[in-house]
Write a protein that binds this ligand. Sequence first.
Ligand code: OGA
Ligand code: MN
Length: 299
Amino acid sequence: MEQGTQTWTENLQQNPNLRPLTPRVGVEVIGIDLASVTNSELDFIIDAFNKHAALLFRDQKLSNEDLIRFSRDLGDLDEAPVNEAGKTAVPGLPELYVVSNIRDTDGKPIGSLGAGEATWHSDMSYLENPPDASLLYAIEVPPSGGNTWISGMFAALEDMPHELRKKVEGRRIKHDGTYNSGGYVRQGLQANDDPRTCDGTLHPAICAHPSSGKPVLYLGRRRNAYVDGLSLEQSEALLDELWAHATRDDYCYAHEWCVGDLLMWDNRSTLHRRDPFDADTRRLMHRTQVKGKSSPQSA
Ligand code: OGA
Ligand code: MN
């Protein structure tokens, strides 16, 4: 994704099947049916993904098997983690993760994240090898709310004030494993709100993106984050400054969902969050996750 504004524009002009979602991150891919992707379409999708970090496909009609088949074309898939109510994935389809506020007849949530806000994060960044990509497919959407936001971390790093970049260069950040983005304690862990002692993994703050080698900001999640080697006060101050910068509107795309939309994002070069929505309305999304092929490497 080596791109000054020039390369970005040129790339889009050469591709009538790509429509930018924002000037800095994300494109809509037009005219591809994800239930029957050809080899050349797959090459096109992977190239667009590497360049634009988030792809939107509208008007899809995907069975669970179609979603898994297309996701597998992008790499090996993670098995879905158990949700906050201790439920595992859809029987027979261990790669499918359900994101939903809907409850079953016993009153247990059928999926994860409820109806509240999901705060900014990149998926499972507390792993040694976090997932490369996530795909989210809309099956039922509420009449309002529940928008998913993407923020582009190449652009955030390109624009980062020199003084701030100097403070973070060469540093590692701890990515908390205790809480998910909905604020729920992950299965098998105890609540812990001390960033110094919480369960988590250190990753370089500025990583080389595996597809291009280009440096990218890697923040993961704010809660319980900790800049290795600093006092807690210094770490909190630096993280607040970094997060305020990385989530500026200039780098963001907010997606308003329609049934049949599929949004996929690169966890190595974007953050995402979700707006809350009315808990009395229904939202049902199916998600797959492409396994991480490597651990984040310093740029
Ligand atoms: C996710 C996630 C946000 C949403 O599935 O990883 O953060 O909009 N979902 O449901
Ligand atoms: Mn997520």
